[in-house]
Write a protein that binds this ligand. Structure first.
Ligand SMILES: O=C(CO)COP(=O)(O)O
Length: 249
């Protein structure tokens, strides 16, 4: 089973219209990319980013509401993201789980909404430092997978991102063995629950302090199908070598 690799950038709460030049620079640097490229800008930029990005760069949201419309001030729904030009949405990022108290059940409901709108869902899982130090990493990840992913998915619309919370924005990265252990575990859990089709075609991304300097070694780890990149996705100068590392992996 060959899975098309995915280099995904999460701009988080960064970026205004002036930053769309980064997308143009990325498109220019990768006219015929050997992997999928995705940028998830803030919601305010999605439609302009979709217009600025050429065909080889997909655009995604960073969250969506579980309902399609209604009295939910400040929220954005999955059909709205699709309408603005998004093809993907990140769901259950640890910053959403923490800042907005999102539970696994909330995330699961959002994934259902995203998939039924026709978006691909990137479901984030990851342990805290305390959970890793207590040797609970695989239990935590297993629980998040079971709780956050609905029972009906297809392998090309589901992406899982393993993002250890303690590695996000810290410059700390798990050892390659630790990354491999979690990615292999996620693969087995997906195969066990969904069968070989979805289990083997779902892409599993690593996220947490991925930089040009460490990307190649991370991409060589088994079951790492790409990256979800925060800080280093904000500039084409940093993100482009990460894309190239993935193309060459
Ligand atoms: O949270 C992340 C991507 O979703 C990772 O962020 P950094 O790459 O800045 O560590």
């Amino acid at each position: 089973m060959t899975r098309r690799k995915l280099a995904a950038g999460n701009w988080k709460m960064n970026g205004t219209s002036a930053d769309l030049v980064e997308l143009e620079a990325l498109a220019k640097a990768h006219p015929t990319p050997g992997c999928d490229i995705l940028i998830c800008p803030p919601a305010t930029l999605i439609s302009r980013a979709a217009a600025a990005a050429s065909a080889q760069i997909a655009i995604g949201g960073q969250d969506c509401h579980q309902k399609d419309s209604g009295a939910h001030t400040g929220d954005v729904s999955a059909p709205m993201l699709l309408d603005a030009g998004a093809q993907y949405v990140i769901l259950g990022h640890s910053e959403r789980r923490e800042d907005h108290r999102e539970s696994d059940t909330d995330v699961r409901n959002k994934v259902v909404a995203a998939l039924s709108a026709g978006l691909k869902a990137i479901v984030c899982v990851g342990e805290s430092l305390a959970e890793r130090e207590a040797n609970n990493t695989l239990d935590i990840i297993g629980g998040q997978l079971a709780g956050s992913i609905p029972d009906v998915v297809t392998g090309d619309s589901l992406v899982v991102a393993y993002e250890p919370i303690w590695a996000i924005g810290t410059g700390k990265v798990p050892t390659l063995d630790q990354i491999g252990e979690v990615h292999d575990f996620i693969r087995i859990r997906l195969e066990t629950r969904f069968g070989a089709g979805v289990g083997r075609s779902t892409r599993i991304l690593y996220g947490g302090s991925v930089k040009p300097a460490n990307a190649s070694e991370i991409f060589a780890v088994s079951n790492v199908d790409g990256a979800l990149v925060g800080g280093a996705s904000l500039s084409a100068t940093d993100f482009s070598p990460i894309i190239t590392a993935l193309e060459n992996a």
